[in-house]
Design a protein around this ligand. Sequence first.
Ligand SMILES: Cc1ncc(COP(=O)(O)O)c(C=O)c1O
Length: 448
Amino acid sequence: MTDFDKKTGASNVVPNDLSAFWMPFSANRQFKKNPRMFVGAADMHYTTSDGRQVLDATAGLWCVNAGHCRPKITEAIQNQAAEMDFAPTFQIGHPKVFDLANKLVDLAPDGMDHVFFTNSGSESVETALKIALAYHRVKGDGARFRLIGRERGYHGVNFGGISVGGIVPNRKMFGTLLTGVDHLPHTHLLEKNAFTKGEPEHGAYLADELERIVGLHDASTIAAVIVEPVAGSTGVLIPPKGYLQKLRDICTKHGILLIFDEVITGFGRLGTPFASDFYGIIPDIMVTAKGLTNGVIPMGAVFVKSEIHDAFMSGPEHMIEFMHGYTYSGNPMAAAAALGTLATYKEEGLLTRAAELAPYWEEALHSLKGAPNVIDIRNIGLIGAVELAPIKGEPTKRAFSAFVKAFESGLLIRTTGDIIALSPPLIVSKSQIDEIVEKLGKVLNEVD
Ligand SMILES: Cc1ncc(COP(=O)(O)O)c(C=O)c1O
């Protein structure tokens, strides 16, 4: 039994054997020697097992956009659990999932009129890639089988996602991956763009590499290009001015579908509902997850334009049009959580709040320029990154030490390589932004 003190949040129960749980994306041995445990959460803070408050500067894992344990969401889940736990969505339905789909397409950019539900960002990516391939095929253009990703891209951990993704350690262990995949170059031009506030000036020309790839393979073989509008997990790479528009134009010119992976940028991270709204560029397919349910119940959603959806709606009416779906695609608990989340976003104006905070966030973050080992600071919306010079021969160690020190000092940050990524819940106050920057500044001064 957990002996959990509601007032202090302290719990005296820490599992005494940590070996059974093989932790995802974790340094298991380091963790198990010196565990870091959360036992409670509310709004902007976690509570640790030793009763300390930790300020969440990463919205959990880029997902808790409305802050922790928000009442509307909790209530929606509690009610749904008592009312109807599970209902299939294969050949049958339940009202909340249709209600949710309608609300989502109302929120999405114009023309994104249909939504397919999944359980995660990774599954949303696989779903989007499959829709793209199948779309060309149902149109009679089945020779378009190639998928184009980007170096340093992150599209989850399933085989399609790591094939189009471009983070080397996530790919190199897993064999031949999907065939027929090529990659655009990444857009991280540190020597030209370091310490840029907002969108970098240099690098739009990197989108022209898509023309080179088209020249190499021929457009008639390419189904889709997938990119994150702002690359997150690789360490926050903000698209150079004009870059995304160029990609859009080249895709349109060659009949290639453009997929935006908005798993982290979706649901208000840039101060607009989606990055597509922020940049004024509408992709053909939009991949989301995380903030859709505030991270509370796993759920993803893939948005598609009507012409894509409608292309599948032919043949005998008793036939299944798209042979794809998950047991939990749109299950009632996730749908209830998402509806509670959307209601919270709306009531509190959270999908546009990052726009108000962005200038303050930018100034605060860039005040860390000059701290030891900092070689770049970048920001957009309520996203930030502080890139550190790696320790010679020991990449990732410096940032990981910063992560551990930050946790000990009451701040949750996320690190990837030698980059510290920041993405606080959208309810963060200005004084909490100050606290994030002050604590991080101290940590940077302490790590070797
Ligand atoms: C852009 C992007 N795509 C896909 C994913 C995978 O999402 P999940 O971990 O829910 O499978 C992530 C996760 O961080 C992501 O940032």
